[in-house]
Write a protein that binds this ligand. Structure first.
Ligand code: AMP
Ligand code: ZN
Length: 115
């Protein structure tokens, strides 16, 4: 069976540069950035999305990663958005849990990000 894309990236098989890594998660730049800073936080274990029984320690690491990435990329003070697309109505295209961190420019006030 073909391995899930983000499982492959998270185990380091593509040599992707990680902006953050701990025992639970990695963070790397999105291939098609939609903001000056666009980073994905991805658990090392496979979960389809946020309603797939994700344990607390994984969620804690995802938040720690968001904080570390925001500080490293300089957007902690200017602000940023964290998005976890879940299922088809949200347009989830990669079926491995991930959190988008978007910042570096004004993202507007709406809840729905412009594509
Ligand atoms: P979503 O629509 O929430 O499932 O987001 C999936 C994201 O993964 C999109 O923003 C893609 O640009 C991004 N993406 C897809 N393939 C890769 C890849 N190989 N490396 C980095 N980001 C990717
Ligand atoms: Zn996976």
């Amino acid at each position: 069976m073909e391995e899930c894309l983000f499982c492959t990236i998270a185990r380091g098989a593509f040599g992707t540069e990680f902006l953050y890594e701990d025992d639970q998660v990695v963070a790397f730049e999105d291939l098609h950035p939609q903001a000056p800073v666009h980073v994905l936080v991805v658990p090392k274990r496979h979960f389809d999305n946020i309603v797939d029984g994700v344990p607390a320690e994984v969620l804690a690491s995802m938040v720690a990663a968001a904080q570390a990435v925001a500080e490293k990329t300089g957007i902690a003070s200017t602000g940023f958005r964290c998005i976890m697309n879940t299922g088809s109505d949200a347009g989830q295209t990669v079926q491995h849990l991930h959190m988008h961190i978007l910042g570096g420019a004004s993202l507007g006030e709406g809840l729905i990000a412009q594509r």
